[in-house]
Write a new protein. Structure first.
Length: 86
């Protein structure tokens, strides 16, 4: 079971009305709509932080070298994209 906590939120009347309309159109309560909006925002911020950390430790030159190294064999004829399919 998930434990929930209460938080009194003060919203400008105009913003609350718009949020209520969006929640209704979404088929959810205002509370559920705000919970999902907060969760989506948190996911965006975490994703941004994840990629920023990955970028900080990336070794671009090694990656380029790996991509430029000839490897293996050419694709099979049936594994090519024809110009007409592009």
């Amino acid at each position: 079971m998930t434990v929930a906590s209460n938080y009194a939120l003060r919203l400008p009347v105009s913003l609350k009305k718009e949020l209520e309309a969006l929640a209704k159109a979404d088929g959810t309560s205002l509370n559920q709509f705000l919970v999902m909006a907060a969760a989506e925002k948190l996911a965006v911020l975490r994703t941004e932080a994840f990629f920023a950390e990955r970028i900080a430790r990336a070794d671009v030159e090694s990656a380029r070298g790996l991509l430029m190294t000839p490897r293996g064999e050419l694709p099979r004829p049936d594994d090519r994209i024809e110009d007409s399919e592009r």
